[in-house]
Design a protein around this ligand. Structure first.
Ligand SMILES: [Zn+2]
Length: 244
């Protein structure tokens, strides 16, 4: 036979499964049914919202360290459960969280930048290594995104680079020249490549000028066929380079 009990509040007779346990009541069960109890708790909460909030705030403040330690211990013992619940929370509150993160980012923009800078200065090698690893891992995705971005912002980017170059022209040229000089000394392959390139360029450039040059040479020949004058010297020089 199903055991029942009458609720002292709604006076309905219900199976005992619908009453929660209560040590001090007769039969170890609450005198009011679960539904009435929950209604009562809800009402109590609404009527005493502020007092309850203040109370729990005070409790949290008083037991800050103890609660933090308990949370930490729980997280250590149940990493999977924590990860799952965190993910669920993120999914459920996505919009709210995004708005919150965005607001926080803008609020602390300058301070964040400064602290990042300080951190980078202290951990240069570590940060660089991490960035390198990340890029190696996401190479394809990065390339795709970069391409999309470049195509979308072509004009703005070109204007930006031009302006940047104009602003830092001297510095850039100086840096490039220094780099070039250093590499000529340290990298024999580079040296050969540059020399060959230069010579090829000159040869191609002057090949178009051969006709003109020959004409000039003939023009600057003196009565006995020798080449004279300053112009003539330059022509011989140019011709000599052509033959290299
Ligand atoms: Zn009831």
């Amino acid at each position: 036979m199903l055991r029942t009990r009458q609720c002292s509040k709604c006076l309905q007779v219900k199976p005992i499964g619908l009453f929660s346990r209560h040590k001090l009541c007769a039969g170890g069960l609450n005198t009011v049914c679960k539904e009435c109890a929950s209604q009562y708790h809800r009402l109590y909460y609404v009527l005493n919202k502020e007092t309850l909030a203040a109370k729990s705030k005070k409790y949290r403040e008083l037991n800050k360290e103890r609660m933090a330690a308990a949370r930490k211990a729980y997280a250590q013992n149940n990493p999977l459960a924590v990860a799952v619940s965190r993910k669920k929370y993120k999914e459920k509150n996505r919009e709210k969280l995004l708005a919150y993160w965005r607001a926080r980012y803008h609020r602390n923009k300058d301070a964040n930048r400064e602290s990042r800078r300080v951190y980078y200065r202290k951990n240069k090698e570590r940060v660089r290594e991490k960035v390198k690893q990340w890029y190696a891992k996401n190479r394809q995705a990065v390339a795709v995104r970069q391409k999309e971005y470049t195509e979308k912002n072509r004009e703005a980017l070109s204007a930006y680079h031009k302006q940047k170059y104009r602003r830092n022209r001297e510095q850039i040229l100086k840096r490039n020249a220094e780099w070039h000089k250093k590499r000529l000394i340290n990298d024999p392959h580079y040296k050969v490549r540059i020399r060959l390139g230069t010579r090829l360029y000159q040869a191609l450039k002057y090949r178009g000028q051969v006709k003109k040059l020959t004409m000039l040479i003939n023009l600057s020949r003196g009565w006995n066929g020798t080449i004279t004058g300053q112009c003539g010297t330059w022509i011989i020089f140019a011709h000599a380079r052509l033959l290299i």
